[in-house]
Structures are given as C-alpha cells and as structure tokens.
Ligand binder design. Structure first.
Ligand code: GLU
Length: 502
C-alpha cells in the first residue's frame, strides 16, 4: 500500500507552530515510507477565510523545505486540491445523497426558530444542542414536496441513538462514546457548502489518504468520523492526533506569546531550518535523544510511534540555542550575507565588517543579537571602572592603571596593528612583567571595548579598531582610572568631574 498523507490547512491566517508541526509530521511519515505528501486547501468555511493566507501556506512550506508531491499547483490525478473547487464538481452533495439513499442521512427543513427551541445540554463546558431527529420522520413525499417548493434545507447524518462508537487513534488508542451523545451533525449546509467534518472525510477517502496527522483539538469530533466511515463502508485512514503545543505556563501557545507562528519566528531572526528541527522535537524524540537533525535526517529517523502524548512545551530558550548551532554550522559567505544588514545597523564607520562577522558567528543565537554585540566598535560605550576588577584575573583598578600606563608608550611606538603584531607586543610585556596573560589582557580588552563580554579578544578588537582609535580608548581608560584614583589631572573641566561622580 502506498502511503499518502496530506496537509490540509484552512487559509485563516498565519502559520501557527502547531500547524507547521502537523505539516512536518505528515511530510515525514510520507517521505520516510517513500510515499506521497499532498497539499489540500480547506477553504469551504467562507467566514474564516483570510485574504492572502493561502500564499502564506505556500511560502512557508517552501521556506522550510516541505515540498508537496501533489497539490493545487501539482496535479497527481486526485484533484481538484482546493475544497471550493471540489465543491463545484458536486462531489459533496453526491456523497451526501448516497448516504440519504442508504438511510444514513436525511434532509432537514427545520428553521432557526425551531432549532432555537430545542433543549440544550452542557458538554465539556460547551452548550450544545442535540438535534431531535424531527425531520427523519418526514415521508419521501413530504421531502419531495419541500424540495420542490424550494424550502431551505440542510443534510444531516443519521446517527444511531443506541450503542457506542469507537474511534481509534494511533497515539491515544481507542476512544469510545455513547451514540446518544452524538449529534446528527450537518453534512451539507443550507448554502450548499459541505461542513468541515464532512468534506474532510470525503476528501481523505477519495484522495486515497492513508495517514492523518492533526492537532488534538479535533479528537473530540473524531467519533463522528468513524460514524461517517462506517456509514459509507469505507476504511478509515490511520489517525495521529498530536498533543497541544503550550507556552512555559502550560497554556495553549497564544499569539500574545509573540512566537506562536512561523512568521513571528523568522521575523525574530530564526532560521527556517532551525525552526523545523525544533518543531520536529515538539512531541517527538528519537531513540538516542539526539537533537540536531537536517530534514533528510529527520526523514530517515522519524517514526510516529515515538510521538509523546504529553503536551509539548514551546521553549524559546532552547530554540535560540538550536538556532545558534545552525548559525555556527553555516557557510561563512551565506552567514555574512545575512549578518550584513545587522552589522550595518550598528556600524556606520569604515570597519572590516567581514572580520567582525567572523567574531560573532560562533556567539550569536539569532541575527538581531549582532547589533548589541558589535556596537562598541562604533563608539566606546560609557562604562564603570568596576569592570577593571576581575577576581580570577587578579586585576583591579590600580593594577589596570599600571598596566595601561606602561603599555601606552609601547603601543604608541607600534606601527603594526595586526592581531599577530599586537599579540606579540602584549605577550612580551606579559613575559617581562612576569604576570599571567589575563592580568594584562583583561584591562586592555576592557579599555578598548568598554564591555565586560566581547565577541573577540583584546588584540583582535584593536586590529579592527585600528591604531588611532585603539590608542584613544586606552588613553581614555587611563584617564578614567586616574580620575578614580583621585589623581585628577590639571585642567579637567567641571563637567567631566561631575560625570565621573555619576
Ligand atoms: N483544515 C483543518 C485546519 O486547518 C485541518 C484539520 C485536518 O487536518 O483534518 O485546522
């Protein structure tokens, strides 16, 4: 049997993380088995339709590499692949009428007033009305007369009121409900459109779908699906309902979290490959707990039987880490192209941006991190001299002042401001002084960057800054340290004195 899966989105807005996960798992199940991954657009709910949402679906699937084998733009002989177009072929009414002929469905002419008067029940916190099968008792002649008179109607499924129905899910196992609880759900609405549940079943069957993956918000309506498959005498596909994706507080991942959709994530600088990798692990894990997977590797490893039933917590910190791993592994030129806009946002001076890019490549988690990490190259930030004190390096303001003061003439005399040249000078000074490396490097790096953490060491930073700017910053460091030591030089302006006190 050829495995055929489908991603069946309704074009109602952005691509939610949960939807993308369904698409990914459908894709992986198909590709793992050498089967077909199909795209079907479920656009029969006109009220929820959002302009442009179909384009988002195409764009996202393309960006993440989930290429479909069949779909509206790729005919595989099972089309049309858009429900509104399928509807025009009359397929849904044809099958609804087939059910009427089998006594499994019936015309219902009840008007709103009558439906409103039916008694309601509260099931799982929701108020529902169970239709009382009033129209089931209409004679064939009455039905014909009503149709001829053009009375508006819907077609309802005729569910048994006794016994039970069992739905099987690959993860959740058997779910059994009392038939009395099943409403005679509408299959065809009064506007002629099929309901979502009906179109879904007819389409999955007629399009040869073998596996359905979707969010478990659909689990409660699933017994109705069993009823439809039984009514038709069709074999149901295998269903895999996925646990909810939640935020850190175990609430459904909502828009306000700021990262509930694929687009939110890419706008925040996440790479599509990293997002896909992360989403694959939202509920699924391989045997060996490995975490980094390319799409091809996922295809090889994915086994839906290993999906967990517990809610999947969306952990943005973990995704950031993973994204950082993808950035580290990127080809430098590709990385540079993507990093350049962020570098240019922080840096307007003429600096070697490629060199700076190489510094940050292994340190950022998302591209926007670059801006704050490199802005000290543009302008020395205001800093507190407490920074010169480092326990492990055994440095403090006094030792730093000494080091910088002694180094200044050496660096002023130095012409070669390459990383290597500078390093040699500093290393020699370290040796002559008989101290540890950090004792010298820490104050130098602090002075030239004004930052506690930097994407590179002192001499690499100085190479990029150049001779003039490096010396200027070292002099500034000496000046600040001196001022703090109470050795204010003559001619200091009052203004500077004040800002020191701040
Ligand atoms: N059209 C449904 C949605 O977008 C898909 C449900 C299903 O996969 O059956 O939520």
């Amino acid at each position: 049997m050829k495995i055929r899966t489908r991603y069946a989105p309704s074009p109602t807005g952005k691509m939610h993380v949960g939807n993308l996960r369904s698409a990914l798992y459908e894709f992986l199940i198909a590709k793992h088995a050498g089967g077909v991954f199909m795209l079907r657009i479920e656009d029969t709910d006109q009220e929820r339709f959002v302009e442009g949402a179909t384009e988002i679906i195409y764009r996202t699937l393309k960006q993440v590499g989930l290429e479909h084998d069949e779909g509206p733009d790729k005919d595989g002989g099972f089309g049309p692949y858009v429900q509104s177009e399928r509807m025009k072929t009359g397929i849904y009414t044809k099958y609804a009428k087939e059910l009427i002929d089998r006594g499994e469905a019936y015309y219902c002419f009840c008007d709103k007033e009558r439906l409103d008067s039916l008694k309601t029940e509260v099931v799982e916190g929701k108020e529902i009305t169970i239709y009382d099968k009033h129209c089931l008792s209409l004679s064939k002649e009455e039905v014909e007369a009503n149709l001829a008179a053009g009375r508006p109607y819907v077609i309802r499924q005729n569910n048994p009121s006794q016994g039970t129905t069992t739905f099987h899910d690959e993860l959740y196992g058997d779910i059994t409900v009392e038939n009395a609880e099943l409403d005679d759900m509408i299959l065809i609405k009064s506007d002629g459109y099929p309901t979502y549940n009906f179109a879904n079943v007819v389409d999955d069957h007629t399009m040869g779908i073998t596996h359905v993956v979707r969010g478990n918000e659909y689990l409660s309506s699933s017994p109705k699906y069993t009823r439809l498959y039984e009514a038709f005498g069709w074999e149901a596909p295998k269903y895999v309902h996925l646990p909810l994706v939640t935020d850190e507080n175990h609430k459904k991942l909502a828009k306000r979290s700021g990262h509930s959709s694929f687009e939110d994530l890419t706008e925040q600088g996440f790479l599509p490959e990293a997002v896909v990798n992360y989403i694959a692990l939202l509920g699924w894990s391989p045997e060996d707990n490995r975490e980094i997977f390319s799409l091809d590797e996922l295809i090889r490893e994915f086994d839906y039987h290993r999906i967990s039933k517990s809610p999947a917590v969306f952990d943005i910190v973990k995704l950031r880490w993973m994204n950082g791993e993808y950035i580290k592994a990127m080809d430098f030129d590709v990385f540079y192209q993507m990093a350049e806009p962020y570098l240019k946002k922080a840096l307007t001076k003429e600096l070697d941006l490629r060199k700076i890019a190489a510094m940050v490549k292994t340190r950022i988690e998302v591209f926007p991190d670059i801006v704050e990490m490199v802005d000290f190259f543009e302008k020395l930030p205001e800093y507190d001299i407490a920074m010169y004190t480092h326990k492990k390096m055994k440095t403090n303001a006094q030792s730093s002042l000494e080091v910088l003061t002694e180094l200044l003439p050496l660096l002023e005399a130095q012409e070669d401001y390459s990383n290597d040249g500078l390093y040699q000078t500093l290393a020699k000074y370290v040796e002559d002084k008989g101290v540890k490396n950090g004792y010298v490097m820490w104050p130098v790096r602090s002075a030239v960057s004004g930052r506690q953490t930097t994407p590179a060491g002192a001499t690499e930073i100085m190479e990029v800054l150049g001779r003039e700017e490096s010396l200027k910053r070292i002099r500034r460091g000496i000046q600040l340290l001196k001022a703090a030591a109470g050795e204010m030089e003559e001619g200091h302006s009052m203004e500077e004195e004040h800002s020191m006190e701040d």
